[in-house]
Write a protein that binds this ligand. Structure first.
Ligand code: FEH
Ligand code: ZN
Ligand code: ZN
Length: 343
């Protein structure tokens, strides 16, 4: 089968012909319908994380996959060949405390496809270690819902962590309206009555944020975010910041906008560190929390929202052989929604 593989860090992916293993036991071979392209793939391919996510190359990239059940091992219940499925990418060991608590994406020994020694979905087929990592997506088209397994799942977990803090008098500030931000806006409006302010860097993204349901938009290229937030919130400040970028700049600005006892959720992985003002954080009792990906049940909930037609899903399809173009367009900010490889 064809697979887009990383042979060396900081080099383009190569389309290779590779063997496809025969599934045994709980294993399932999924025919890839769509493989989303994530900024994390770019970090990984550049070698930014090679010390924390160390793998032996070559490796097939891709952790945002949906497709069809192609072949099953002898111990796979409740699935049939041809079933449309979303692939939960937090492949855990199943027995550590995180896994047993249901948060397999936080497993002590993660087996994330395309981000660990397990080949990912930038390929014609994906070898999934267990049917436990599949969510039935009947009635949905895998080439369109692949982004829900990461870009759609990740902000969902983040918003669920803070929805109890939100009411019609609160303001939520979101940085970024890329692959994840499009869903973050939708969830903030679907899961809470909060007022959403989205920070963007272009008029095109400002339009997109409004289309996704943002109540207010601030273009940080032409406006000072902190003073605009003061104006919009009548000097009240921000109750919850959801940062799907997490650069030093967005996090520093986010903290500066928080009201007393405000919360900032770090979701994106663009940055490495940022300065948290100690005295201000203590005197205001700021809450700073991280949120990683999502768990299996949260993915099931996101898929159900799609089945109920409650989500706007923006995708740009690319052939597997055009993976370089998709990555280039993502890096240059040309992607509106999510780039999805269709093998
Ligand atoms: C990045 C690194 C490790 C795990 C998950 C991720 C995210 O891209 C998933 O949203
Ligand atoms: Zn990702
Ligand atoms: Zn585990």
């Amino acid at each position: 089968m064809k697979a887009a593989r990383l042979h060396q860090y900081n080099q383009s992916l190569q389309i290779d012909e590779v063997d496809l293993p025969k599934p045994i036991g709980e294993e399932v071979i999924v025919k890839v319908g769509g493989a989303g392209v994530c900024h994390s793939d770019i970090h990984f391919m550049k070698g930014d994380w090679k010390d924390i996510l160390s793998v032996k190359l070559p490796l097939t990239i891709g952790h945002e996959t949906a497709g069809y059940v192609e072949e099953m091992g002898e111990s796979v219940p409740c699935f049939s060949k041809g079933d449309a499925v979303a692939v939960f990418g937090g492949w855990g060991c199943g027995i550590c405390q995180a896994c047993k608590s249901g948060d397999e994406q936080l497993c002590n020994t993660p087996r994330w496809p395309g981000l660990s020694q397990y080949n990912g979905g930038y390929a014609e087929y994906l070898h999934v270690p267990s049917y436990r990592f599949l969510v039935k997506a009947d009635g949905l088209d895998p080439k369109n819902i692949a982004p829900l397994t990461d870009a759609g799942l990740t902000p969902y977990r983040a918003v669920k962590k803070v929805r109890h803090l939100l009411n019609p008098n609160t303001y939520s500030l979101l940085f970024g309206v890329g692959g994840l931000g499009c869903y973050a806006i939708q969830y903030l409006k679907l899961l809470s009555p909060t007022n959403v302010i989205t920070v963007v860097r272009s008029e095109d993204k400002a339009k997109l944020a409004k289309e996704m349901g943002s109540d207010f938009v601030i273009n940080s290229k032409t406006n000072d975010v902190v003073s605009e937030v003061k104006k919009i919130t009548f000097n009240q400040g921000i109750d919850v910041v959801i940062d799907v970028v997490s650069s030093n700049e967005t996090l520093t600005t986010g903290i500066s906008c928080l009201r007393k006892k405000g919360t900032i959720v770090l979701v994106g992985l663009m940055g490495t560190s940022f300065n948290l003002p100690v005295v201000e954080s203590v005197l205001n009792e700021f809450n700073v929390i991280g949120s990683l990906w999502g768990n299996y049940n949260e993915l099931t909930e996101v898929i159900n929202l799609a089945k109920m037609n409650k989500l706007k899903i923006l995708v740009n399809h690319y052939k597997l052989s055009d993976v370089g173009k998709a990555i280039g367009n993502l890096e240059s900010g040309k992607i509106r929604g999510r780039a999805v490889l269709v093998p």
